[in-house]
Design a protein around this ligand. Sequence first.
Ligand code: KIV
Ligand code: ZN
Length: 397
Amino acid sequence: MNNHITIFDTTLRDGEQSPGYSMNRSEKLRLALQLELLGADVIEAGFPIASEGDYQTVREIGKTVKESRVAALCRTRKEDLERAVSALEFAAKPRVHTFIATSDIHMKHKLQMTREEVLESAVKAVEYAKSHCDDVEFSAEDASRSDPTFLTDIFTAVIEAGATTINVPDTVGYALPWEYGELIRTLHEKIPNIDKAVISVHCHNDLGLAVANSLMAVRNGARQVECTINGIGERAGNASLEEVVMAMKTRLGDMNFDTSVNTSQICPSSRMLTEITGKGVQPNKAIVGENAFAHEAGIHQHGVLKNPLTYEIMTPESVGLNCNRLVIGKHSGRHALCKKLEELGYNLNKEDLNRVYSEVTKLADEQKTVEDHDLISIMSMMIDLSAQVHGRVAPSG
Ligand code: KIV
Ligand code: ZN
């Protein structure tokens, strides 16, 4: 079994479906090109039956994106499938992604269909998709709450009908890592024709476990992970692309899985999404949050200045940031202050540094952080004072 993990980005579909994240056609196209640059293997561009706008956008992305595969989502209904196939007409590498729910609760209350009817509908949809497109993905919605025996049967049947990827969504974010891993392992063992398809996972983050569940699935045989930039998506979101990819990269020696993602495009992709949607990520968000590489505590700052590996498990450069961020606050020490002042153009002797330090800590007690402009004001004040008294504190250039 190979160790390459296909990254399927669904920022433009599942991500865009969440409240406050809708994007217009040109914004989606811009982001799709960025996702291609990032190295996403598959870009799910939209749900063409949902609206004329979504249909046109998928068409446009299909025409423009050349390296990444472009996927269009559809239910198993004929009109959905036709719309998806048509939207992908000009795509260089198209994928039809069809889905139907397989859990008893969804089949009974939402679909009002029996297991037999669901299986038949799934097989027909895959056959139709396959007659128009070589690459077909089938998703069993709410798979993690479905009967594993029924899942085995339906996946076996759709692979027989031509599906090349079978997706096992944890649609409601209910699974625990060990049980989800176990489900993937069981499917891998029990589906007789599994050698003809890739197992994919699609985890939602309702319990904050989407990334852990995705990694557990990969350990147990999944070879495609569906995820989104900044972890956006329905409700609490989807597995975050940057977290999944950087976990694999940072712990390569332990997990031994790789992706085609150019990780230095992670922060630019995250920023572009934020800029387009106007929705930022929380400051402590792993990998792309404002504080992900920021250090305020003096001991940490000292360590990072001596050797970044003391408090950083990956470099900011590896995710596309130019440097770590030394934040000056009440926990900072003289080392960090000295370095920050050097960056601002001030080289101080020990005595002057102590005087500036005491001003900075006074200010840090009053406000949360001391920004560059605060430091510059303190320095100007000190320079004025000094010039009057000793002519001592001086900028370097
Ligand atoms: O969460 C889900 O089950 C989905 C499917 C359509 C793949 O988004
Ligand atoms: Zn989803």
